[in-house]
Design a protein around this ligand. Structure first.
Ligand code: FES
Length: 222
């Protein structure tokens, strides 16, 4: 419908009692916010879009959080405990035992020995010399009474000589030179049931105690 008031005139609604006047703005321009001034951009300084750079020391999968660290430490302690327990158990199954030759051994038949001989046949294995004289046998311990070295039998000099500090012992075992404080020890010697010479290194006879005259310190044989 045409506006009876003519073109260009504003549509005004007459105020009614109790209503505030309403102004129609069909022809008035809308309110526009004033343009904001942009900061000047320096020529040549073109900003590049930011890119996500990896951190300088990025450890990737090896980055460990504190929680993971304690978890790993716990597992490591558990495996260390398991390993030490296993090793200990295995060690128990294989104890360190020093296998020594038996203290008593058979040394063959009396007729195997020559009168006047100092036999070194059992020196390496048992540290024992077996000496036969005109009346029988005796066994000497091949342990120096100074500090326990093994003396040598010197046939030409008819004596035992200790290489450590020079102690000398006669064929009988009596000490006569060097620092050895006492004679060599004699060992139990007897005949076994089968007729062989039986020597027991656990039973010793000491000259200084008068033991050499005891029956088992000497085996009579002729
Ligand atoms: S150990 Fe034999 S002389 Fe010292």
């Amino acid at each position: 419908m045409d506006n009876p008031s003519g073109p260009g005139t504003e549509n005004k609604t007459l105020p009614q009692a109790g209503n505030p006047p309403v102004v129609s703005s069909s022809t008035s321009p809308p309110a526009v916010a004033p343009p904001q001034s942009k900061p000047p951009v320096a020529s040549g300084a073109i900003k590049k879009p930011k890119q996500d750079k990896p951190p300088e020391h990025d450890l990737g999968i090896w980055r460990i959080s504190r929680r993971n660290f304690f978890s790993l430490a716990g597992w490591a302690a558990f495996f260390v405990f398991l390993a030490t327990s296993t090793i200990g158990t295995l060690r128990m199954m294989f104890p360190r035992i020093l296998y020594e030759p038996p203290s008593a051994f058979k040394a063959g038949f009396p007729q195997d020995y020559i009168v006047g001989e100092v036999s070194e046949k059992y020196k390496d294995d048992y540290r024992v010399w077996i000496i036969r004289d005109s009346e029988g046998f005796y066994a000497l311990s091949a342990i120096c009474t100074h500090l326990g070295c093994t003396p040598r039998w010197l046939e030409a000099e008819n004596k035992f000589k200790c290489p450590c500090h020079g102690s000398g012992f006669r064929r009988s075992g009596i000490n006569f030179e060097g620092p050895a404080p006492r004679p060599l020890e004699r060992l139990r010697i007897a005949l076994a049931d089968d007729g062989q010479i039986l020597i027991d290194r656990n039973i010793k006879f000491l000259f200084e105690n008068g033991d050499w005259v005891k029956p088992e310190a000497f085996l009579k044989y002729s």
